[in-house]
Design a protein around this ligand. Structure first.
Ligand SMILES: [Zn+2]
Length: 265
C-alpha cells in the first residue's frame, strides 16, 4: 500500500550500509520507516530524512515488513535550529519528549502541532529558551493527560496568594498558609525545605507572575502559549523550574538530550 502523509522527523538512525531508519510523528501516530540509500550524497532523500524536517512522505507499507519511504518533499526544514548546539539539543529534547508522548496508530495531532510550534519558537528566538522549554513541558504534560489544576489552592480554595507552591506530584497548588498548617499537622517545621524534594512531595515555590504564566500556558489556545513575557529573572526561573519538574516527575526519568542542553548553557 502506498500513501502520503505529513510528518515531523523525530529521530534518525543509521541502518545497514547506506540506509536510514527514521521515526516520523504524524497526526495519526508515530511511524518508523526505512529510507533506502538515504545516506548516499547523491540520494534525493538525504535532505528529507534529517532531524527536525517536517515533510510530506510517500510511504510504502507491506505486511510483515517495515514501511519504507519512497519519496517526498519538505514543508519546513527548520535550518535555524542547527545554528547553535544549544538550540539543537533543546530541539532534540522536544522531539524526544514528543516521541515518548506519542504512539503508533493513535491521534497525535495535538502533540505534533505543539512540537512544530515549539521548534519554530526555538528557531526564531521568539522568547528566552528557558521560557519556551517550560511552556512546552507544561503543555505537553497537559496533552498527555496530566493537566494540573492550578486555579485554586488544593486545601483552602484561595485563587491568589503572594506565595504559592506547585505541588508537582499531586498536580495542584497549595498556598503558603496551608502548607504551614500541613507542616504543623505533621509536627514538623518545614520552612527550610519547602522547595526541596521531601519524601514523595515535590514543591516548587511560585510567585504571582510565575503562577500566572503557568495558568496562561495551560488554559490558553495552543497557538498562544508563547505570547507572553516574564520581565523579572526570578519569575522566569520559577516558571522554568515548574515546567521541568512537572514533566520529568510525571514521566519518571530524564533525557540525554536535556543533559546535553544543560552542558551547553
Ligand atoms: Zn490554601
Amino acid at each position: 500500500m502506498l500513501y502520503t502523509v505529513d510528518g515531523l522527523v523525530l529521530r534518525v538512525q543509521n541502518h545497514g550500509e547506506n540506509d536510514r531508519l527514521i521515526t516520523i510523528l504524524t497526526a495519526n501516530g508515530k511511524i518508523s520507516a526505512l529510507c533506502h540509500g538515504a545516506r548516499s550524497l547523491k540520494s534525493k532523500m538525504a535532505n528529507l530524512t534529517q532531524p527536525f524536517v517536517y515533510g510530506n512522505f510517500e510511504i510504502n507499507k507491506r505486511s510483515g515488513a517495515l514501511p519504507w519511504v519512497r519519496g517526498g518533499s519538505t514543508n519546513e526544514v527548520f535550518y535555524g535550529l542547527r545554528e547553535g548546539v544549544e538550540k539543537m539539543f533543546l530541539a532534540t529534547y522536544v522531539c524526544d519528549v514528543a516521541s515518548e508522548l506519542s504512539g503508533e496508530g493513535v491521534d497525535c495531532s495535538e502533540i505534533l502541532r505543539l512540537a512544530l510550534n515549539t521548534l519554530y519558537a526555538i528557531m526564531t528566538d521568539l522568547r528566552p529558551l528557558s521560557q519556551i522549554k517550560a511552556a512546552f513541558e507544561l503543555r505537553a504534560a497537559a496533552i498527555s493527560g496530566y493537566c494540573p489544576d492550578v486555579l485554586h489552592c488544593e486545601d483552602c480554595g484561595t485563587e491568589n496568594s503572594e506565595n504559592t507552591y506547585f505541588d508537582v506530584m499531586n498536580g495542584a497548588i497549595v498556598c503558603s498558609a496551608c502548607l504551614e498548617k500541613r507542616g504543623a499537622g505533621l509536627g514538623k517545621k518545614y520552612s527550610s525545605v519547602y522547595d526541596d524534594v521531601r519524601e514523595r512531595s515535590v514543591l516548587v515555590p511560585l510567585n504571582p507572575a510565575s503562577l500566572s504564566a503557568i495558568r496562561f500556558v495551560l488554559y490558553s489556545p495552543q497557538e498562544k502559549i508563547y505570547s507572553f513575557s516574564l520581565s523579572k529573572e526570578e519569575d522566569l526561573r520559577m516558571f522554568a523550574r515548574a515546567g521541568e519538574e512537572y514533566l520529568l516527575n510525571h514521566l519518571g526519568h530524564g533525557f540525554d538530550s536535556l543533559d546535553l542542553y544543560y552542558s551547553m548553557i
